[in-house]
Design a protein around this ligand. Structure first.
Ligand code: DGL
Length: 275
């Protein structure tokens, strides 16, 4: 069976929140999920390192036959996507392959979601210091006021299964308060990190109910559906057997254990070296 799956890449587990939504909307396609768990988190790493690791992951997914790769990671989308799209892809063996990220689709819908035009962004240190959300939102919607807040401890809280624990309240409250203190008119908050949807129940308890939380999974899934409709030449290259492979640069058992925080299915993981 000749497979040309859609590649989904994340630094670790968080991209599984995006994959889940993509598979709900597009269950018939084949997918390969690659988590660079051995080298995650990327959130505190430099641009050079995030670019190098992301490029290795994208090349691996291309070698596995994926003509289309989604960077289901905000940090990789912020720090590596543009260079890969503009410099690497045109020079690659097959320039018709495509790499898409998660920031642009989120930005495109934000004006519709924010009634008052005051948007908060919660993300990793790397995504916040790139100011990618602010830059991209203001390119499309110059009147929207964007306020960013880095939440460096939220990824470890989620990955250690502490999302619902009372101890996590301190760190979640701290960053929500710091964000709102910078702009108390914020009416919409982008969860600009793939792990943060797991903290939604806690955030909802700590925020005033009028503030809208925007996770990205469904937005990215709809945007991919739309992309495939607009690009039949890509759509017809993709195989459809409804299959999924999980690849990790860490140990398979470790991946399987922690992936259960993000997935309800019992999965089989395969180890892969990408450097
Ligand atoms: N997946 C990353 C993101 O969305 C978070 C985890 C990391 O820092 O590697 O930014």
């Amino acid at each position: 069976m000749n497979k040309t799956p859609i590649g989904i890449f994340d630094s670790g587990y968080g991209g599984l929140t995006i994959l889940n939504e993509i598979r709900k909307l597009l269950p018939e396609y084949d997918y390969v999920y690659l988590g660079d768990n051995a080298r995650s988190p990327y959130g505190s790493r430099s641009c050079e390192v995030v670019y190098k690791f992301t490029k290795q992951a994208v090349d691996t997914l291309f070698d596995l036959g994926c003509p289309l790769v989604i960077l289901a990671c905000n940090t990789a989308s912020a720090k590596a996507l543009r260079t890969i799209q503009q410099l690497d892809l045109p020079q690659s063996g097959d320039p018709s392959r495509r790499v898409l990220g998660v920031i642009r689709p989120t930005v495109e819908v934000i004006e519709k979601l924010s009634v008052g035009g005051h948007v908060g962004v919660l993300a990793t240190q790397g995504t916040v210091s790139s100011h990618s959300y602010q830059i991209e939102i203001n390119k499309l919607f110059p009147d929207v006021k964007v306020t960013e807040e880095a939440c460096p401890l939220w990824v470890p809280l989620v990955e250690t299964g502490e999302s619902e624990s009372p101890g996590a309240d301190y760190f979640v409250r701290k960053h929500l308060e710091q964000l709102i203190a910078k702009d108390d008119s914020i009416d919409t908050i982008i969860l600009g990190c793939t792990h943060y949807p797991l903290l939604i129940p806690k955030m909802k308890r700590l925020l005033t109910p009028t503030i809208k939380l925007v996770p990205q999974g469904e937005i990215v899934a709809k945007s991919l559906t739309d992309y495939l409709e607009r690009h039949p030449e890509m759509d017809k290259r993709l195989s459809r057997n409804g299959s999924i492979r999980y690849l990790t640069t860490e140990s398979c058992d470790k991946f399987k254990d922690l992936a259960s925080v993000f997935l309800s299915d019992d999965i089989k993981a395969e180890h892969i070296n990408i450097d």
